[in-house]
Design a protein around this ligand. Structure first.
Ligand code: MN
Length: 230
């Protein structure tokens, strides 16, 4: 390739036990736990909807390490959203929910960081959410755990604490749209491919973080994700 500018770096996420997962796209599901949908002012019965983050919004955090993100520009209300992340290993279109597990390489703990004030302003004006959701360093993520080892992940505690104080708590069994159903819906709208990550939504308790705060997220079976804001 005769690139006329320096080629962009490939975003990657470490895999527990060795290797890296190259990231192609990041899809996110909105409002996928009833209590969080309610705290955002909705009933929780709407069909699933999606937004995206750029692949290079990933901040990969190795096991046992503390990731660091900079407090982003333009916001005064940076929110944490702890989420189960699904890593696609085999692509496809029109994937049935019952076949979805075959397409999953693994799972990780992720944070869908959100400039809530900007997202709210865009919502009010009927404009795209990009500036509220798809900003630099908005997708911290821990190591990917192979699904071949864990099996299908459909229940287990998902929690987030800030400076040791509990903020978010839920269970993967409370997902309104299950992982298989998410993949079914997504793969009708886009052709999924190896390297795609899917953030599956956050439980109730979203709130603001400030520079100096340390977030500790965890999902049963996937370990923890520690991220400091500076
Ligand atoms: Mn989210």
């Amino acid at each position: 390739m005769n690139a006329v500018i320096p080629a962009p770096a490939q975003a990657t996420v470490p895999v527990a036990g060795g290797g890296v997962f190259p990231v192609r796209r990041i899809y996110c599901v909105g409002r996928n736990y009833v209590e969080h949908a309610q705290e955002m002012g909705f009933t929780g019965r709407e069909p699933p909807f999606f937004f995206m983050k750029p692949a290079d919004a990933v901040v990969a955090v190795a096991e046992g390490e503390t990731g660091v993100i900079d407090y982003p520009s333009l916001t005064q209300n940076l929110h944490h959203e702890i989420e189960l992340v699904v890593a696609i290993g085999a692509g496809g279109r029109d994937i049935a929910a019952a076949d979805a597990f075959k397409h999953i390489y693994g799972y990780a703990v992720g944070l869908d960081m959100t400039r809530r004030d900007l997202q709210g302003e865009m919502k009010k004006q009927g404009r795209p959410w990009c500036i509220g959701k798809g900003f630099d360093q908005s997708a911290p993520i821990g190591p990917i755990h192979a699904a071949s080892a864990s099996g299908e992940l459909s229940r287990g505690a998902i929690t987030l604490a800030v400076n040791g104080q509990p903020r978010q708590a839920g269970d993967l069994s409370q997902l309104i749209w299950k992982v298989g159903e998410i993949i079914e819906h997504l793969s009708r709208a886009w052709v999924l491919a190896p390297g795609d990550l899917i953030f599956t939504g956050t439980p109730a308790g979203v709130a603001a973080v400030l520079a100096g705060d340390v977030m500790l997220g965890a999902i049963e079976g996937l370990g923890s994700l520690r991220v400091a804001v500076r």
